[in-house]
Design a protein around this ligand. Structure first.
Ligand SMILES: *[C@@H]1O[C@H](CO)[C@@H](O)[C@H](O)[C@H]1NC(C)=O
Ligand SMILES: *[C@@H]1O[C@H](CO)[C@@H](O)[C@H](O)[C@H]1NC(C)=O
Ligand SMILES: *[C@@H]1O[C@H](CO)[C@@H](O)[C@H](O)[C@H]1NC(C)=O
Ligand SMILES: *[C@@H]1O[C@H](CO)[C@@H](O)[C@H](O)[C@H]1NC(C)=O
Length: 351
């Protein structure tokens, strides 16, 4: 992992950790980009621009926060959760932590710390579309909050897939399983979250209210929601359709229903044609949507993209999006991805 070491060394030499501005959740120009599932490789054939370790995506100021995707099982062998990071780290190709099916990804710890030193918030996302997830009830939810704290955050459990790297929070991308227990889980986790700033986000689908997290989003405070405005009639592709696009409902929820009245709503979008079955628009079109929403809604927090591998393969779509958010001159960005739209079992399922 030459580049990760180079990045860490560079960060030290240049004093980047001192200069980098820390992630600021109150801004309306943040860019969240999921990393972990190698969506481009999955959709375009193995070996096609394979996902690089996380540090690769932290070498400039484009991305502000990275949810790592995904914890796919809450209670696996030995009671430990299971995480899958596609080609970068998984429990088939990589060794597992003794007595569990959790892969040992601790060689990524230096990458994660380098991302954090560069001012990015790195969180762990729970779920994804095929996750074996959910709680039998509140007791399990409370227990799992402790597990997540010990496994990824400030706790000190024996199962630490990222070693001594302490992530900056969690993201809930719940697209299956039972809906029970999430309010208890978030409440219990919040109580444990002391010692530094931690974030709790969610990635609901755009139809309001969200089928899995709707009641939880109403009951406990989240820091941000990365609304998936894709793979649905209400996606960015239907921005001009009054029966399609509906940021209003989310803005209204943020201001009037959410227990955290400062919760930020992000527009989640696919970073390339092959990143979703529905909802990709070119970067100039998305730029217009982002800027118009940013102007009209104080709840707007920025953009979320699925995912880093797709954005990098698509002419650095992430850069064009960040430029739109910060009001920098929108770069001419022809969306000349190679749209080989091959559906496989990951495609459209890990959104
Ligand atoms: C996991 O295994 C793959 C395949 O051998 C390897 O390329 C990768 O670097 C390993 N990941 C980690 C985090 O050690
Ligand atoms: C975690 O820290 C607590 C408090 O210092 C300590 O009691 C406990 O033994 C530690 N657990 C592990 C697994 O190190
Ligand atoms: C919405 O309409 C505007 C003006 O006609 C157009 O420039 C833009 O591309 C349209 N957006 C979408 C997502 O179709
Ligand atoms: C923002 O408000 C203007 C003026 O009312 C309107 O034309 C535009 O469609 C709105 N944009 C969004 C994204 O709501």
């Amino acid at each position: 992992m030459v580049f990760a070491q180079a990045l860490a060394a560079g960060a030290t030499l240049l004093g980047l950790s001192a200069q980098a501005s820390a992630f600021d959740i109150t801004k309306n120009s943040n860019l969240a980009v999921y990393w972990g599932q190698n969506s481009y490789g999955a959709a375009n054939g193995a070996g096609a621009n394979n996902q690089q370790p996380i540090g690769f995506y932290c070498q400039d100021d484009t991305i502000d926060t990275i949810p790592i995707a995904f914890v796919t099982q809450f209670f696996g062998t030995g009671g430990a959760p299971v995480m899958n990071l596609a080609n970068t780290c998984n429990n088939v190709d990589n060794k597992t932590i003794t007595g569990t099916d959790m892969p040992d990804c601790s060689s990524l710890a230096s990458d994660i710390k380098a991302c954090q030193a560069a001012g990015k918030a790195v969180t762990i996302s729970l779920g994804g579309a095929t996750g074996s997830i959910g709680f039998t009830g509140d007791d399990q939810a409370t227990q799992f909050a402790q597990t997540v704290w010990d496994t990824y955050l400030g706790g000190n459990g024996t199962v630490r897939p990222f070693g001594d790297a302490v992530l900056d929070g969690i993201d809930l991308d719940i697209e299956g399983g039972a809906t029970t227990g999430y309010t208890t889980f978030v409440t219990a986790l919040r109580k444990l979250m002391t010692g530094k700033t931690y974030y709790i986000t969610a990635a609901p689908q755009c139809p309001f209210p969200d089928a899995y997290l709707g009641t939880t989003l109403d009951a406990v405070g989240f820091d941000a929601v990365y609304v998936q405005f894709y793979n649905n009639y209400c996606g960015v592709q239907n921005f001009n359709n009054t029966n399609g696009w509906d940021f209003d409902s989310w803005d209204n929820w943020a201001k009037n229903t959410s227990p955290n009245k400062d919760v930020k709503v992000y527009i989640g979008a696919p970073a390339a044609q092959s990143a979703a079955s529905q909802g990709y628009v070119d970067s100039a079109t998305l730029a217009g949507i982002l800027q118009s929403t940013q102007k009209n809604y104080t709840s707007f927090g920025g953009a979320m993209l699925w995912d880093a591998s797709q954005a990098y393969a698509n002419n650095r779509y992430d850069k064009a999006v960040k430029a739109a958010l910060t009001g920098a001159a929108a770069p001419a960005a022809p969306s000349s991805s190679k749209p080989k739209r091959e559906l496989n079992r990951f495609f459209g399922r890990w959104d």
